[in-house]
Design a protein around this ligand. Structure first.
Ligand SMILES: C[S@@+](CC[C@H](N)C(=O)[O-])C[C@H]1O[C@@H](n2cnc3c(N)ncnc32)[C@H](O)[C@@H]1O
Length: 266
């Protein structure tokens, strides 16, 4: 896949593992796949969420779908300590899934933002679920990002980041559309839940940790952003300096919401 904003370099593959570990306490409390033994994981990347799922649900049997061969290779390494009978990774485009089996659960996390036709992914998942099968989705809502103090370098970088995502055919606010997408595919009992972070100096350690994480997330797109001509190296440095300053600022605020959705196939 050509235009993936984060790229497929080793540093980015390691970032996905760190991201899953760090955000798991925010994502998984709302996910309940207990008793759902045949589960489809869509856009499984380097297996970062797969690891969490295998830890949380020792009985689970996962079919992971990933488009990019280098992500699959890395996932095989990351998952080598888990029983191979419990997961398999299939290289397919999630917009056009063709699997022989039906599943009683599906899990999608941080994928639809990168996809030009997210409705096709949800339709595909719908077609591969058994009746009363459940889907859980967690996706970005980048316009929700608010912070204090004002940071011009971060603002310029973030703007370019989201613009490039859109130019690449993705949608940095796809989280907002999850309910409508699920309804159009035929899902029922749809529930939506905003989740995320509202950090300030009342939790300085957590604030610092999140700002460090955010810096890595932003930086993962630096090469693509520079190549696109949207920013230069100075904007990367300014973004990093702004985030460092934000973590120290006595009035610092860091606010970001993602959206989770849960729905059933009738
Ligand atoms: C940000 S990563 C998230 C990976 C994993 N879900 C996680 O949270 O660690 C998005 C992944 O979706 C994959 N992807 C993007 N479009 C896809 C498609 N059409 N079909 C299958 N995988 C896709 C990318 O290759 C990438 O590995």
């Amino acid at each position: 896949m050509g235009n993936y904003i984060h790229g497929y370099l080793t540093g980015e593959q390691d970032r996905l593992l760190e991201q899953a570990g760090m955000l798991a306490p925010l994502i998984y409390p709302w996910v309940d796949l207990a008793g759902r033994n045949k589960v489809l994981e869509v856009g499984s990347g380097v297996g970062a969420q797969t690891k969490v799922l295998l830890e949380l649900y020792p009985e689970i049997n996962l079919t992971c779908i990933e488009l990019e061969a280098s992500q699959i290779e890395k996932a095989q390494v990351n998952l080598q300590n888990y029983p191979s009978s419990q997961f398999r990774i299939i290289q397919q485009d999630a917009q056009n899934l063709a699997l022989e089996e039906k599943y009683d659960g599906a899990f999608i996390c941080w994928v639809l933002e990168h996809v030009s036709e997210p409705q096709l992914v949800i339709d595909s998942v719908f077609n591969h679920l058994s009746p009363r099968g459940i889907v859980y989705i967690t996706e970005v809502f980048n316009s929700s990002f608010h912070y204090f103090p004002q940071c011009d370098g971060l603002a310029a970088y973030y703007n370019a980041f989201n613009e490039l995502q859109k130019e690449n055919g993705g949608n940095p606010d796809i989280g907002l559309q999850l309910g409508n997408l699920l309804k159009k595919s035929g899902f029922e009992n749809i529930e939506l839940k905003p989740g995320g972070l509202h950090l300030d100096q009342s939790q300085p350690a957590l604030l610092k940790q999140m700002v460090e994480y955010w810096k890595k997330l932003m930086k993962s797109a630096a090469e693509e952003l520079i190549l696109s001509g949207k920013i230069d190296q100075a904007t990367v440095k300014a973004m990093e300096a702004d985030l460092d300053q934000l973590a120290q600022h006595p009035e610092a605020v860091f606010f970001y919401q993602f959206i989770q959705a849960k729905a059933f196939k009738p």
